[in-house]
Design a protein around this ligand. Structure first.
Ligand code: CU1
Ligand code: CU1
Length: 288
């Protein structure tokens, strides 16, 4: 029986409590920090050599889909009623809307050092010490909306531009692909700085603090954000019936992207699974 992933703004008090408690249990056991480490390890930009699976590559969507499934399986071993909720940032767009309540993810960071001081993941609770990161800070930080130079969340229109594109991805299959659903959603836009941050990337920047960079898994909002990104992939599939993951076959021997991206039927590290096997997950979960 497929289970349901719900909109974070519709969770009952009990559902919020059980989700939070399951996350805290994984953190206590050290399992949560393994997820942070994996994400740091696979945070390979396209300026570097080697295979890219998680970002700046066609497999951005299946990689995070499988990553979320692993986390969700771990949560459900703690409490079988738990599923990962999603944050619809086209609808919940302020610093105080879902999911930033004290009974779910807690709120914004404080002005001085961006430290999160409210909710279950505040450092002072003793339950959420950051152990894996690219900085030395042991506490979770956020700067919702980037107070010093305000940034807005992506709009429904920004998202529609991505969802309208009928092609999954296009050459050169990296952060410079100007067409294709994958990069329009992942959000590496033209130009530099904040003007180039679109959709998925812009949301990481809007949350700020710990959510920026390879250690972004340290903020549990990572999962709610990526559940929504995952939902959008299913919405895109519904809109473009029959459209598939691309590339269908590996790039040719002369292609710069040879051995640097994962084609439809190739293994998607670190798992023994292919993008093709992750295109249809309706037997596992659905979105409400
Ligand atoms: Cu990621
Ligand atoms: Cu992300």
């Amino acid at each position: 029986m497929a289970y349901t992933r719900k909109d974070a703004s519709t969770l009952t008090a009990g559902e919020k409590r059980r989700f939070v408690n399951a996350l805290l249990a994984l953190k206590r056991r050290g399992e949560y920090d393994e997820f942070v480490r994996t994400h740091i390890e696979y945070f390979v930009p396209d300026g570097e050599d080697g295979l890219r699976t998680a970002h700046m590559a066609p497999s951005f969507l299946p990689w995070h889909r499988r990553f979320l499934l692993d986390l969700e399986r771990a949560l459900r071993r703690v409490d079988s009623s738990v599923t990962v909720p999603y944050w619809d940032w086209t609808k919940d767009r302020t610093r105080t809307s879902a999911p930033w309540g004290r009974d779910l993810l807690g709120g914004d960071g404080r002005r001085s050092d961006h430290r999160v001081t409210t909710g279950p993941f505040a450092h002072a609770t003793g339950n959420w010490t950051l152990r894996e990161g690219i900085t030395d800070e042991e506490y979770l930080t956020r700067d919702l909306g980037h107070a010093a130079a305000p940034l807005t969340l992506p709009t429904r229109h920004d998202l529609d531009v991505a969802l309208r594109d009928p092609v999954y991805d296009t050459a050169p299959w990296d952060s410079t692909s100007r067409r294709g659903f994958r990069n329009r959603l992942e959000g590496w836009g033209a130009g530099s700085g904040r003007a180039s941050w679109r959709n998925h990337n812009r949301v990481h920047r809007w949350v700020g603090g710990s959510m920026v960079g390879g250690a972004s898994v340290n903020d549990p909002v990572f999962w709610l954000h990526h559940a929504f990104i995952d939902l959008l992939w299913t919405r895109w599939q519904d809109r473009h019936r029959g459209a598939r993951y691309l590339p269908a076959r590996p790039p040719g021997p002369a292609d710069e992207q040879r051995d640097r991206i994962v084609a439809r039927h190739e293994r998607l590290p670190p798992w023994d699974v292919t993008p093709d096997q992750l295109e249809d997950v309706r037997g596992i979960y659905r979105y409400a």
